[in-house]
Design a protein around this ligand. Structure first.
Ligand code: ADP
Length: 257
């Protein structure tokens, strides 16, 4: 089993964070960033001090999902640390705020960039740091999990992609690192129209999955045009509509991380 390398050498910028929560998926496009951002703003709405680390270097979505005043990360040149930007009180770091265009990088370079962003950022005192993980369970993800002392993981999937083998990969990676997988979020599972509920991807085998892997919580998120529109507008849905059923689901998720 992989040995956590953070033991005894926790990066100083991470030392005053109580909980580090990874939001992870096996594939891209399943709504991982949507879940990460809305979870973070839900926790902030509950009064917690929160940061988001967008570790999706290949496709950073945080810059389109939030509207911070400054869209470029500042450096403290004396301490050689990165100062997060901020939106509605949540601290934000993303490669998309690093002032570089999307680059073509090989795996080890990506790992290097992620580690540098994560470990040289001065996060300050936080109750939660939510990490929007790069999709997949390869070396990049493993390295990241070894640098950050994760306290919990949330796995996001969609019904048609809710293949045992995929979720199993995620669970296996986190269990190797002794990180508890606290919830699976089954995204885009249904939508309501004309008074009826439709399951466009079929009914997910969510409950089977959580049973089989002993994951304590399963949450369903519907397909909701406002969820994607809010992602594009820069105001997370749980901020613009804090009393919707979706916002309540995020509050329940917030309680279990
Ligand atoms: P990932 O991080 O897994 O690549 P994103 O969170 O970026 O996925 O979501 C992919 C796209 O799907 C985005 O345009 C997002 O707004 C949209 N989306 C995600 N979840 C939902 C949902 N439940 N209803 C409608 N659109 C969604």
């Amino acid at each position: 089993p992989a040995k956590p390398i953070f033991a005894g050498q926790l990066p100083p910028g991470l030392s005053r964070i109580s909980s580090i929560v990874a939001v992870s998926s096996c594939k891209g496009g399943v709504g991982k960033s949507t879940v990460a951002v809305n979870l973070a703003y839900t926790l902030a709405g509950m009064g917690a001090r929160v940061g988001i680390f967008d570790a999706d270097v290949y496709g950073p979505s945080l810059p389109t999902m939030v509207n911070p005043e400054s869209r470029v990360l500042e450096m403290d040149t004396e301490k050689k640390t990165i100062i997060p930007t901020e939106y509605l009180g949540v601290k934000l770091v993303s490669f998309g705020f690093a002032g570089q265009g999307r680059a073509i990088m090989r795996g080890p370079m990506v790992s290097g960039v992620i580690n540098q962003l994560l470990t040289t950022t001065e996060w300050g005192e936080l109750d939660y740091l939510v990490i929007d993980m790069p999709p997949g369970t390869g070396d990049i993800q493993l390295t990241l999990c070894q640098v950050a002392p994760l306290t919990a993981a949330v796995i996001v999937t969609t019904p048609q992609k809710l293949a045992f083998i995929d979720v199993a990969k995620g669970v296996r990676m986190f269990s190797k690192l002794k990180v508890p997988c606290v919830a699976v979020v089954e995204n885009m599972c249904h939508f309501d129209a004309d008074g009826k509920r439709y399951y466009p991807f079929g009914k997910g085998s969510g409950s089977q999955v959580v049973e089989q892997f002993g994951i304590p919580h399963l949450f369903d998120l519907p397909i909701r045009p406002t969820l994607s529109a809010s992602g594009d507008s820069g105001i997370p849905e749980v901020v613009s509509d804090p009393i919707s059923a979706v916002a309540r689901t995020f509050q329940d998720l917030g309680v279990c991380v």
